[in-house]
Design a protein around this ligand. Structure first.
Ligand code: ADP
Length: 730
């Protein structure tokens, strides 16, 4: 390409010289030969303008050679040595050099400008922004491709046409106003405008160019709509946040408030303007901040936390608040702030307190009721033992009263125990005992009921003894409840099974199953609730208060065990499973405290019975006398002290709640008299650890919790030191 171009340009030089020579020769008749230099210079200028610097130099040289050879004549070259000719030649060379230098400098500059222009145009085509230029008459002089695409027109449709004619809808709009402003002020203008008709948002920049106005614009409709939506959302959220009763705030990473809703501002007594950009410590003091600091630390560590706290709010006073702290995470999961939502739960807390108080009062009432009901039952039970059985009718009547009073006593005892558990007034006397002992106690006690209903009974036990660390009396009571229920809720002639099995290395299962009425699935989850009863009329006559299972469940739970009920539904029998943790195996096993009281040879003792319930005292006294003991009665503390001094009893059965001196004070006086040292036995309704400690301090030897089984009293009277009473010793 370059090889072909060079001869063509230099050919122009030769052509220029030839043409100038021919022209010169043509004009010689009119101009003479004196102007050859001007023709030569013209040839150089033409060559320079059309072919460039190199051809111009060649032209200058060729023109000189031809001029010397053709126009001047054969002597021209030798005449050059003459000073005159030499200086003419030099001057010619200088003028040529000057013309060529100026010409090439001018051409270089023009080329640079052309290149720059081409680059600018290319760049403007490359940029994604739309771009156009209008001249002073508002005619389009330049439009780039993105602008053409935006207008949906081609270049020919736009170039040379007047802006306002192409876009008449722009007239009278903010677009025209901006163009006119730039035209009048000669300063750049910038605005975000909504274009009429096509309804699009443009970011429009206008730049005066001297010859018109250059416009650069981008379609920002999407950004603008997103921004509008965001603003709308923020406004909407603000309205929502202000319309809820929850106190809402947003804290940034510096723990400065970035947002608070109306309720928050009202409650804390500051305005959003005061709060935004400041910390809680700055607004409410360090002490107030310290109270929430720990929760805030957790939330800023990325953990959602909630916290209930009483708070004194400047505008609302003492309130109870539920505070939820929720971290606000960015897309990468980093915490960028924390949302704080405070709910005023004062009314709920008050209602809960009232409910709890009501519940506590109910428990107290039930405890007192059971306690009061139990008091008359004890003397009746004692008295029944003394009734004669001379005739069959009397014997029958006695056993009916005995059975019914025992049933009633059992119900009241259960009620008493449940109340004690719910009020936390029951203490377990745990000891190591074999499961077999536990089971045998319960089975023995339930046998009369099972046999009376004509049920068959099977007991499955492992050969190896299993040991548990339990209060034998209490757990036997729980198991007895299950066996009695099985007997009660199984129609006559059914089957009851008791299975003991080891589960894994640390657990024992005691399961009571029956072929009885079963329990509907809907009742199973509620069966252990207080007073829960399945309403099947068949066994209603057998039913109690609905507290037996509650008591059994609570007692098992107190031993770290579980009690669950299974039934395939009504008519399909039931299975109750107790699971207890096993005690570690030991070589020697201590005797159970609840082991049957061994029979002692009868010894007549002197027993002082002290109770303000005269019937209770008398019936017990009669029972003791029937066993061959000598008794004395007292119904208040002072009389008891006096009787001890006078009667010198071996045993004093001393009630604690007595008129005048209470049982503790009476016991202390008896001990201080020092004349005799009877076995002092506290007989009380209050069996908590602190009651036992108090009794021990007052000088009692044994502590029996009401209701007291008459058999225990009899065993005690026979031998107060019997190991069987170890469980009651202080
Ligand atoms: P209750 O004094 O009524 O027997 P419990 O708490 O012992 O109270 O039992 C609650 C209810 O559970 C009973 O009323 C009875 O409906 C049901 N129930 C308990 N044991 C059984 C069982 N073995 N078979 C069928 N129903 C039972």
């Amino acid at each position: 390409m370059r090889m072909r171009k060079v001869p063509a340009e230099y050919g122009i030089a030769v052509l220029c010289v030839a043409l100038m020579t021919a022209l010169h020769e043509l004009l010689v008749p009119w101009l003479g030969r004196a102007h050859n230099v001007q023709f030569m210079l013209c040839a150089v200028v033409v060559a320079l303008a059309t072919a460039g610097t190199g051809p111009a130099i060649l032209t200058a040289v060729l023109a000189f050679v031809i001029s010397e050879s053709v126009f001047v004549g054969p002597s021209a070259w030798s005449d050059l040595s003459q000073p005159n000719n030499a200086s003419s030649a030099l001057l010619y060379a200088l003028v040529c050099a000057l013309i060529i230098t100026l010409g090439s400098w001018h051409e270089r500059r023009a080329r640079r400008e052309r290149t720059a222009h081409a680059r600018d145009v290319l760049m403007l085509e490359l940029v994604t922004d739309c771009f156009f230029v209008v001249d002073r008459q508002w005619r389009f002089t330049h439009v780039n491709n993105p602008a053409l695409r935006f207008f949906g027109m081609n270049r020919e449709e736009l170039l040379g046409r007047i802006f306002w004619e192409v876009f008449p809808t722009s007239v009278g709009t903010p677009i025209e106003a901006l163009f006119r402003q730039v035209e009048q002020t000669g300063k750049a203008g910038h605005a975000e405008l909504l274009t009429p008709l096509i309804n699009r948002w443009l970011d429009l920049r206008l730049e005066p160019t001297g010859a018109g106005i250059m416009a650069v614009f981008t379609d920002v409709t999407r950004r603008r709509l997103a921004q509008d939506a965001a603003e709308h959302n923020a406004e909407f959220l603000g309205v929502v946040a202000d319309s809820v009763s929850v106190l809402i705030a947003y804290l940034d990473l510096e723990r400065r408030y970035r947002f608070i809703n109306r309720r928050y501002a009202e409650a804390f007594g500051f305005t959003p303007v005061e709060a935004i950009g400041r910390t809680h410590a700055q607004l409410c003091g360090e002490a107030a901040y310290e109270r929430v600091r720990e929760s805030l630390d957790c939330a800023f560590a990325g953990q959602a936390v909630s916290d209930e706290m009483p708070l004194c709010l400047p505008e609302l006073g003492e309130r109870h608040l539920l505070a939820n702290y929720r971290p606000d995470l960015d897309e990468s999961g980093n915490v960028r702030g924390v949302v704080l939502a405070l709910s005023d739960i004062t009314e709920r807390v008050k209602a809960e307190l009232a409910l709890r108080e009501g519940d506590r009062r109910k428990d107290e009432f039930l405890a007192t009721l059971a306690h009061e009901l139990r008091n008359p039952l004890a003397p009746i039970l004692n008295a029944v033992q003394l009734l004669g059985t001379e005739t069959p009718a009397r014997g029958n009547a006695r056993s009916i009263i005995d059975r019914q009073v025992r049933h009633m006593a059992r119900l009241v005892d259960d009620l008493l125990d449940v109340s004690r558990i719910t009020l936390g007034r029951i203490n377990l006397r745990r000891e190591r005992a074999s499961v077999a002992t536990l089971v045998s106690h319960a089975v023995e006690a339930s046998r009369p009921l099972i046999e009376a209903a004509g049920h068959t009974f099977t007991l499955q036990q492992p050969r190896e003894p299993l040991y548990v660390e339990v209060d034998v009396v209490r757990l036997a009571q729980a198991l007895l409840n299950l066996l009695n229920n099985a007997a009660k809720y199984t129609p006559v002639g059914g089957h009851i099974g008791l299975r003991v099995a080891q589960e894994g290395s640390g657990q024992v299962l005691i399961a009571v199953s029956d072929t009885g009425v079963g329990i509907p699935g809907s009742m199973l989850p509620r069966i252990f609730e207080m007073f829960a009863q399945v309403d099947h009329s068949l066994e209603r006559t057998q039913g109690g208060l609905g507290i037996g299972l509650t008591l059994a469940g609570e007692l098992v739970g107190m031993h770290g065990g579980t009690l669950v009920a299974h039934s395939a539904g009504l008519g399909h029998g039931s299975r109750f499973e107790i699971r207890l943790p096993l005690a570690p195996a030991l070589a020697a096993q201590p005797a159970s405290a609840a082991a049957p009281v061994p029979d002692e040879p009868p010894v007549g003792r002197r027993v002082l019975v002290v109770d303000d319930n005269i019937d209770a005292a008398e019936s017990l006294s009669l029972l003791l006398q029937a066993e061959g003991h000598q008794t004395e009665l007292a119904h208040d503390g002072l009389a008891a002290v006096e009787a001890t001094a006078r009667f010198a009893p071996d045993i004093v059965l001393l009630d604690i709640g007595l008129p005048g001196l209470n049982g503790y004070e009476a016991a202390m006086r008896m001990r201080s008299q020092g004349s005799s040292r009877p076995t002092l036995v506290a007989v009380t309704g209050w069996g908590q650890q602190q009651d036992r400690v108090r009794a021990a301090q007052a000088g009692f030897d044994l502590h029996l919790t009401k209701p007291v089984d008459p058999a225990v009293i009899m065993a005690l009277a026979r031998n107060p030191k019997t190991p069987a009473l170890q469980a009651y010793a202080l």
